[in-house]
Design a protein around this ligand. Structure first.
Ligand code: BES
Ligand code: MN
Ligand code: ZN
Length: 503
């Protein structure tokens, strides 16, 4: 997908389709839409007057200009909805819907005005980035294992036409940033959509390594023996039940000399059967996506490598299957994590926290700070927040606020849940320093308290994405399958820290 910015007049552009827009309740269109309307001798205002075009949110009206007054043979009028409800997030979702609409009409190239930048008074660069992100995210398809659909169209290029020449450079840069971020999210989607027989821990590590090589990132893959030497009893306790060898993926980006690196830690369970505490069959296929957190962290590193912020970042992804093999960890077993703390395994299906315990302890050993971990950790997240927002847990208010602000700018909703000390009681064990399950109620918070045992008091945020990692229904930038959330948040956060370091 090629996204460009040029200066000029949208009414004169030679392209298969010109995209303009309209707010709900507007009788006489202005800006680029007005210019196109005048070139078409008032065709758009007539259709507004007749009630055929109403400007409702995501209403799509395709006009055929049959050689009249304008360079393009087609004009798409996209509804923006109510002006007071219009935001950059809506620009992103609208752009995704437009891109899919054009592709559905087998249109290969189009030009658009910058939705939101003129009339709605939004920041033009933020709008250009959102248009690029929405287009690339909205067109995503996972078709690697399917026969190609002969009938499917392909949108190959979108040109944002800006009438003010002075703004073109800033918009070009913003659109390029949007493409990088969205392509990273699509990379995460590709990894998470891949079935577990293809994306084994070894294949996951190989893809991370290939990416690192291509982008100039440092990469080390630790095998079972190296992890054993470091004392990663939690990680290897989970890996024991599987025939697939575990891999611990380490990626490094250096953009700021010897400053302490930001630590991004992602859960990399390539398939979660539950282990001996086996899951019910219904819906278990979704557990091929239990490495989404790891995929998002690795994908964010690709975007960071391309955007080159002045910051150091290290990504850690423990990758293994959670299987009920003959050698599997059993309920009641006691594991010792890398920091020496012991864990009574009550439920082998609470495996994410076992592998993250070692990854967080390793992050401390590498002196990474601040820390963000991303994990499809608890099914309870869906009960609490549905698929709208992911859960945020933190030990440091300032750091939580920074993560929240990055999520808001990126258009990925998150909501902070409390870590009142009373909740810590639930993971007390009679035989070990803690147990890995505290029961059903407030399960997401217990999991966060468990992780907190391994961060050595560093600023830390835990993102539980279990409710938002897999999308059932296409809507805006969300397409069916793996969501790629929170890649955009992580990239925005790294860019923000590069500009204003924590503390
Ligand atoms: N990977 C699951 C969580 C999950 C569930 C993610 C549904 C996405 C969709 C995790 O490993 C798990 O099984 N968690 C258990 C923890 C419990 C045993 C304490 C859960 O949430 O039921
Ligand atoms: Mn599990
Ligand atoms: Zn899991």
């Amino acid at each position: 997908m090629d996204i460009r910015v040029t200066s000029g007049d949208i009414a004169n552009v030679q392209t298969p389709c010109v995209v303009v827009n309209l707010f709900q309740g507007v009788g006489a269109p202005g800006g680029g839409t007005g210019a196109v309307d005048r070139a078409l001798s008032g065709m758009i205002s007539e259709l507004i007057a007749s009630g055929d075009i109403r400007g409702r949110w995501c209403e799509m009206t395709l006009l055929h200009t049959v050689g009249r007054g304008i360079g393009a043979p087609r004009v798409l009028v996209a509804g923006l909805g109510k002006s007071e409800e219009f935001t950059v997030d809506r620009v992103r979702d609208l752009s995704a819907n437009i891109a899919r609409f054009l592709r559905g009409r087998r249109i290969t190239d189009a030009a658009t005005i910058a939705h939101g930048a003129g009339i709605a008074g939004l920041d033009p660069a933020a709008c250009a980035q959102a248009i690029a992100e929405g287009t690339v995210l909205g067109l995503y398809r996972f078709e690697r294992h399917k026969k190609a659909d002969e009938d499917a169209g392909e949108l190959k290029s979108l040109t944002i036409v800006e009438h003010d020449q002075a703004k073109v450079n800033a918009l070009t840069e913003a659109a390029a940033r949007g493409v990088i971020v969205a392509e990273a999210a699509n990379f995460a989607r590709d990894l998470a959509n891949e079935p577990s027989n293809v994306l084994t821990p070894s294949e996951f590590a190989a893809r991370a390594e290939a990416m690192a090589q291509a982008e100039g990132l440092g990469c080390r893959i630790l095998d079972r023996e190296e992890c054993a030497q470091m004392g990663m009893g939690g990680f290897l306790g989970v890996a024991k039940g599987s025939q697939q060898p575990p891999k611990f993926i380490v990626l490094t980006y250096k953009g700021a000399g010897d400053e302490k690196p930001l630590g991004l830690i992602g859960k990399g369970i390539t398939f979660d059967t539950g282990g001996i505490s086996i899951k019910p069959a219904q819906g278990m296929e979704e557990m091929k996506g239990d490495m989404s957190g790891g995929a998002c962290v690795i994908a964010a590193m690709r975007a960071i490598a391309r955007l080159k912020p002045r910051i150091n970042v290290t990504a850690l992804v423990p990758a293994t299957e959670n299987m009920p093999g003959g050698n599997a960890t059993k309920p009641g077993d006691v594991l010792t994590a890398m920091n020496g703390k012991t864990i009574e395994v009550i439920n082998t299906d609470a495996e994410g926290r076992l592998i993250l315990a070692d990854a967080l302890a390793y992050a401390c050993k590498l002196d990474l700070s601040p820390l963000v971990d991303v994990a499809t950790l608890t099914g309870a997240m869906s009960i609490a927040l549905g698929d709208v927002a992911y859960g945020l847990f933190a030990n440091d208010d300032a750091w939580a606020a920074r993560v929240q602000a990055a999520a808001a700018r990126a258009g990925e909703k998150c909501w902070q849940l409390p870590m009142f000390p009373e909740y810590r009681e639930a993971i007390k064990s009679d035989v070990a320093d803690m147990k890995n399950s505290g029961g059903r109620n407030a399960g997401s918070i217990f999991a966060a308290f468990f992780l907190k045992e391994f961060i050595d008091g560093r600023p830390w945020a835990h993102l539980d994405i279990a409710g938002v990692d897999f999308i059932e229904k296409e809507k805006g930038v969300r397409v069916k399958g793996a969501s790629g959330i929170p890649v955009r948040t992580l990239v925005d956060l790294a860019l923000d820290l590069a500009g204003r370091p924590l503390g």
